[in-house]
Write a protein that binds this ligand. Sequence first.
Ligand SMILES: C[S@@+](CC[C@H](N)C(=O)[O-])C[C@H]1O[C@@H](n2cnc3c(N)ncnc32)[C@H](O)[C@@H]1O
Length: 236
Amino acid sequence: MSITYARLEWDDQGRPLSSTYNDVYFSSLSGLEETHYVFLQHNRLAERFARLQDGDCMVIGETGFGTGLNFLCTWQLFRQQAVHDARLHFISVEKFPLQPADLSRALALWPELDEPAQQLASVYRHLLDGVQSICLDNNRVQLSLLIGDAREQLARLDTRTRVNAWFLDGFAPAKNPDMWTDQLFTQLARLSAPDATLATFTSAGFVRRGLQNAGFTMQRNKGFGHKREMLSGWLK
Ligand SMILES: C[S@@+](CC[C@H](N)C(=O)[O-])C[C@H]1O[C@@H](n2cnc3c(N)ncnc32)[C@H](O)[C@@H]1O
């Protein structure tokens, strides 16, 4: 499989920007806080991780792995909240992966994530070389990275995959309309567990309506930082 890597520029604060989409990988205020606010809080992950019993597995699905920041923050929260014998399976789709050196450079912005970031860096090359799924943290955490277009890759998963919480990342709908399609929303509903929730930084009306048509109840919330609104939802 040939990979098309992300084309990046770096701003004066050392943050990556996509030259392809002309958009940022994370908020200029704080990528870390944005992840916690938008994706972790609005999927109520702290309380859901804390409720897991030994042997339970929580499955998260993400569109757009990018730098892996969302994954690392989720993993860190899981470590803090979940009992030892619970498991986390993080499934992410990425059309234009970062080169390994770029991933490490971006994640160096977060010294507090250094230890899990090093673990990720040590396996990331294998994920690009065709190994689809890798275990971390003494097998408590499984990371599946599907390389390719989100809709196409999710369509290939069978319905034994039951996602409990979705992170709809991916660049702004206005800059990346090809990703935010009804076909994608149909895949999200198809692969959702009955308790599935979702969160996204965008408040675009066509995204909200598309997710409603696919079977999600949607609500508007206050956005992160200077953004007025964001969306969260759950399967009806
Ligand atoms: C804002 S960045 C994601 C940031 C990321 N979640 C993180 O933690 O760093 C958006 C990502 O979506 C990816 N992307 C854009 N369109 C896509 C598509 N159709 N399918 C899969 N990934 C896509 C981009 O390549 C980029 O890595």
